[in-house]
Write a protein that binds this ligand. Structure first.
Ligand SMILES: *[C@@H]1O[C@H](CO)[C@@H](O)[C@H](O)[C@H]1NC(C)=O
Ligand SMILES: *[C@@H]1O[C@H](CO)[C@@H](O)[C@H](O)[C@H]1NC(C)=O
Ligand SMILES: *[C@@H]1O[C@H](CO)[C@@H](O)[C@H](O)[C@H]1NC(C)=O
Ligand SMILES: *[C@@H]1O[C@H](CO)[C@@H](O)[C@H](O)[C@H]1NC(C)=O
Ligand SMILES: *[C@@H]1O[C@H](CO)[C@@H](O)[C@H](O)[C@H]1NC(C)=O
Ligand SMILES: CC(=O)N[C@H]1CO[C@H](CO)[C@@H](O)[C@@H]1O
Length: 687
C-alpha cells in the first residue's frame, strides 16, 4: 500500500509534493465512523511522522465487537513488524480494550490493520484515534538486550529529533561525537622543573587515553626526567615483551623515540635536549597503574676548554656550563694570538649548543724586534735568540777606536714591554764616541833640538793640507781643528787633507775631503794672506765622510774646561811638516817639546796679543813651530792617566810667530783651545 501511495505521490508530485512529507499529526477512523463499520472488512493504514520522532497513537473511541483474543473483529497495531497490540471491546472492563495510555511506537511509522468478520449485529461503531509525532529521547532509547552502546559515553542531551553528547569536566569529546576522552597532556611545560603524572595517578589509568605532554625549556638547558619507582604500564607478550596496546613514549628531536611499558621504572633519563615530548597511550582494554615523573633542567655543558701553553684559562671550573665565560691570559712575555692576528684580550662564552663561541687562542712569545744598530759599534746576543722575551743583548763599540763614554758595554734585555730594556737606565743607547788622545807609541823622546821625526801612529791626529801647507788636528771621526788663517778664503770650496802619514811622499796616506769649513766668527779677516791680527785664529773642518779611524789616524782629546790656564814651565809637544834646520818644509812629520810661558814673557813684535792665545817655545834648543806647522797641534799628556794608557789633549793650535822660526827670544803664539770649548761643541753639534 505504501508503494501505491508513493506512485500516487509521484504522479501528483508537481502539484502537491508536500503531501508526501510525513505529517506531525493526524486522525484515523474506521470506515463509516461514527456509523457502524461494515462487515467483511480488511483495511490497513500506514501512518508516518518525520524521522527522529516516534509516532504515538491515542484512541478517542474504540467500539469493536468483543471476542476472546479479538477473534472476530480486531484492530491490530504494528510498528515495523513489531507487534504492539490487538484491540477489541467497548470499555475498559474488556480485556483487549486499549488502556488509557497512548501507544508509543519505537519508530516513526505505525501500521493499523482493521479486520471484521461477516456480521456486525450489535452495530459497533469502530474506532477513531489521533496520532502525533513525539520526540524520541535518544538518550534513553538504547536497548540493553540489543547490546548496543549508549549513544553518548558520558552525558546525553536530548534535542528535538536528535541528541548531543557532552563530557564531564576534564574530558574531551572525540571526533566521533559520542565518546569522551580524558583531557590529558596538552599545553607546554616551560618551567625549569615540574612534575607530570598519568591521569588519576596513583590510581589506575583510564582507558583509551592519548596524552601528549610537551616539555620545552629555553635553549641552553637540557631536560632530565626522573621517573618515580611506582611505575606500571601494561605489557603484552608477543615473542617477548612488547608495548603494544599501552605505552609511554619519550621523544627527543633528532633521536629515535623510546617506548616504555612494564613494571620497571625507567628511572633517570637524560635527554640532552631542551625539548622533550612524553606521550601516554592506553587503548580500550587492559590495565595500567600509571606513572609519574619529575623533570629538572640543567644548563648545557661545554667541553673543558683545555690548557694553554704559556697562558692561563680563567676561571678554572670543574664543569663549564651555558653562559659561563672564560678568559685567557698569557704569561708575562707572551701575547695572545688568534691565528695570525694579535688580540688584546680573549673571552669566550659557553653557548646554548654546548660549544664555545670562540676557539682558544695561542700564547706566543713576544719579541722586541731587531735591536737598533749602533753606529761604530755592534750588538751581540748574550742569551736567547730571535729577539724573544728575555733575550739578552750587549752593545759594544768598535774598539779600540770607539768606546762608550762611561761604560765598556751596554746590556739590554727584551722585556715584557716589548722593548729592549736596560736596568736602571733611561734605555737610550749611548753613542760610541771615538777614543781620543791615544797613540801607538806613547813615549815621546826628550828635548831634541829641531825636533824629532815622528813614527807612524805616534801622532795619529796630525793632518796636513798641501793647499796652504798647513796642519790640523783630528778631534773626532768627522771633525778636525785648525787655525783660521790656514783655511781662510776656502770656506766655500773643498779642501783635501791627508792623515795617517809621516812622510809626504808616503804611498798610501788617508785622503780626507772637507764638507764644511767653519772659521770662528770673531776672526778678523783683514789682510787675507798676510794677517796682522790673530785673535780667534781657530776654525773647524768637517769631513765629507767618516774618517776611517785606525792605528795611524785617530783623534786627539780636547782639554777639559777645568784643566786650568796655561801653566808656566809646562811642557807641550808640537808637531807638523813645517820647516826645520833652515828648510821651509819637511817631508817628514816631526815633533818637538816646547814650554809654555805667560804672554808678557813673549815679544809679539807689535801684533795684538789677547787672552785667546798663549806663547811657548824653547829657550835652549830653539824648538819652535814654523811655517808649515800652522794649524797643527800643541798637545799635552792628559792628567790622570797611567803611563801605559797615556792620552793626549790639544791645548794649542799653531798660530803665528813674530820672527823666524826657532828664535830663542821670540816664541811662537798658539790659539788657546780651552777658550773655544763651547764654540767647538756647539758647532760640531749643529753641523
Ligand atoms: C539493535 O541495534 C541496532 C544498531 O544500533 C539497530 O539497528 C537495531 O534495530 C536494534 N535492535 C533492537 C531490537 O533494538
Ligand atoms: C607538542 O610538540 C609537538 C611536536 O613538536 C607539536 O606538534 C605540538 O603542537 C606540541 N603541542 C603543543 C600543545 O604545543
Ligand atoms: C629521582 O627521584 C627520586 C625520588 O623519586 C630521588 O630520590 C632521586 O634523588 C632523584 N634522582 C635525581 C638524580 O634527582
Ligand atoms: C735566557 O733566555 C731564556 C729565553 O730565551 C730565558 O728563559 C732565560 O731566563 C734567560 N736567562 C737569563 C740568565 O737571562
Ligand atoms: C762664501 O759664501 C758666502 C755666502 O755665499 C759668502 O758670503 C762668502 O763671502 C763666501 N766666501 C768666500 C771666501 O768666497
Ligand atoms: C458501564 C458500562 O457501560 N458497562 C458495559 C461494558 O460492556 C459490557 C459488555 O461488554 C456491558 O455489559 C456493560 O454494561
Amino acid at each position: 500500500m505504501g508503494g501505491i501511495h508513493l506512485i500516487f505521490c509521484l504522479l501528483w508530485a508537481c502539484v502537491n509534493v508536500c503531501e508526501c512529507e510525513p505529517v506531525m499529526f493526524g486522525e484515523v477512523s474506521s470506515p463509516l465512523y461514527p456509523q457502524p463499520y461494515p462487515a467483511d472488512l480488511k483495511k490497513q493504514w500506514d501512518l508516518e511522522v518525520p524521522q527522529g520522532y516516534q509516532i504515538q497513537l491515542t484512541f478517542n473511541h474504540l467500539d469493536i465487537e468483543p471476542s476472546p483474543n479479538c477473534y472476530y473483529d480486531s484492530l491490530m497495531v504494528v510498528s515495523d513488524k513489531k507487534f504492539l497490540g490487538k484491540f477489541c471491546g467497548q470499555n475498559s472492563t474488556d480485556r483487549y480494550y486499549p488502556g488509557n495510555k497512548p501507544i508509543l511506537a519505537p519508530g516513526n511509522r505505525l501500521q493499523l490493520v482493521f479486520q471484521t468478520d461477516d456480521s456486525n449485529h450489535v452495530s459497533h461503531l469502530g474506532f477513531t484515534a489521533f496520532y502525533q509525532a513525539v520526540d524520541i529521547d535518544e538518550c534513553t532509547s538504547f536497548s540493553v538486550e540489543n547490546e548496543s552502546d549508549p549513544p553518548c559515553s558520558q552525558i546525553c542531551l536530548n534535542t528535538l529529533g536528535s541528541y548531543l553528547c557532552a563530557c564531564h569536566h576534564g574530558y574531551q569529546l572525540r571526533p566521533d561525537q559520542r565518546t569522551c576522552i580524558l583531557d590529558c597532556g596538552g599545553g607546554v611545560y616551560s618551567e625549569p622543573e615540574g612534575t607530570i603524572s598519568s591521569p588519576g595517578y596513583p590510581n589506575t589509568s583510564p582507558l583509551d587515553l592519548h596524552c601528549v605532554y610537551n616539555i620545552s625549556v629555553q635553549p641552553g638547558f637540557t631536560i632530565t626526567l626522573n621517573f618515580s619507582q611506582t611505575f606500571h604500564i601494561e605489557q603484552v607478550y608477543n615473542q617477548g615483551p612488547t608495548c603494544l596496546f599501552h605505552w609511554l613514549q619519550v621523544s627527543v628531536p633528532q633521536k629515535a623515540p623510546q617506548k616504555f611499558c612494564g613494571g620497571k621504572s625507567p628511572g633517570l633519563l637524560h635527554t640532552d635536549s631542551h625539548f622533550t615530548q612524553v606521550e601516554y597511550h592506553t587503548d580500550r582494554h587492559g590495565q595500567s597503574q600509571g606513572w609519574s615523573l619529575h623533570y629538572t633542567t640543567q644548563r648545557v655543558q661545554c667541553p673543558n676548554p683545555g690548557r694553554i701553553h704559556n697562558g692561563r684559562v680563567t676561571p678554572n671550573f670543574a664543569k663549564y656550563l651555558y653562559r659561563d665565560y672564560i678568559q685567557v691570559r698569557c704569561d708575562q712575555g707572551y701575547k695572545l694570538m688568534m691565528g695570525e692576528k694579535e688580540i688584546k684580550s680573549f673571552k669566550s662564552m659557553c653557548q646554548s649548543d654546548g660549544e664555545w663561541h670562540l676557539t682558544l687562542p695561542e700564547c706566543k712569545i713576544i719579541d722586541c724586534g731587531a735591536p737598533k744598530p749602533l753606529q761604530n759599534g755592534k750588538v751581540q746576543f748574550i742569551n736567547g735568540s730571535n729577539n724573544e722575551y728575555l733575550s739578552v743583548i750587549e752593545y759594544h763599540c768598535n774598539e779600540p777606536y770607539y768606546a762608550f763614554e762611561k761604560t765598556p758595554k751596554a746590556r739590554y734585555t727584551c722585556a715584557a714591554t716589548r722593548k729592549w730594556t736596560e736596568d736602571d737606565s733611561n734605555n737610550i743607547i749611548p753613542p760610541c764616541i771615538p777614543v781620543c788622545g791615544e797613540n801607538i807609541e806613547p813615549a815621546f823622546g826628550g828635548r831634541v833640538f829641531g825636533g824629532k821625526q815622528a813614527q807612524l801612529g805616534q801622532i795619529p791626529w796630525q793632518l796636513y793640507t798641501s793647499l796652504t801647507r798647513g796642519g790640523a788636528s783630528l778631534i773626532s771621526d768627522y771633525w778636525a781643528i785648525t787655525a783660521a788663517h790656514v783655511v781662510d778664503g776656502f770656506e766655500n770650496t773643498t779642501m783635501s787633507f791627508l792623515g795617517g802619514l809621516i812622510h809626504l811622499t808616503q804611498d798610501k796616506p788617508i785622503k780626507l775631503e772637507t764638507e764644511k769649513i767653519i772659521i770662528h766668527p770673531n776672526y778678523k779677516r783683514v789682510d787675507r794672506g798676510n794677517p796682522t791680527n790673530f785673535d780667534n785664529d781657530i776654525a773647524l773642518i768637517k769631513m765629507s765622510s767618516k774618517v776611517p779611524l785606525g792605528p795611524n789616524i785617530r783623534p786627539v782629546c780636547l782639554p777639559k774646561k777645568t784643566d786650568g790656564s796655561v801653566m808656566e814651565d809646562m811642557m807641550g809637544t808640537i808637531s807638523g811638516f813645517g820647516g826645520f834646520e833652515g828648510k821651509l818644509k819637511s817631508d817628514n812629520l816631526r815633533y818637538g817639546h816646547v814650554q809654555e810661558y805667560p804672554n808678557d814673557k813673549c815679544d809679539s813684535g807689535g801684533l795684538p796679543v789677547t787672552d785667546n792665545m798663549f806663547c811657548a817655545g824653547d829657550d835652549k834648543k830653539g824648538v819652535d813651530s814654523c811655517q808649515g806647522d800652522s794649524g797643527g797641534p800643541l798637545f799635552h799628556p792628559m792628567l790622570g792617566y797611567g803611563s801605559a794608557e797615556q792620552r793626549y789633549e790639544v791645548r794649542g793650535i799653531v798660530s803665528w810667530g813674530p820672527t823666524k822660526c826657532g828664535d830663542t827670544i821670540f816664541k811662537g803664539f798658539y790659539t788657546k783651545v780651552q777658550n773655544y770649548l763651547d764654540w767647538i761643541k756647539e758647532t760640531m753639534a749643529n753641523n
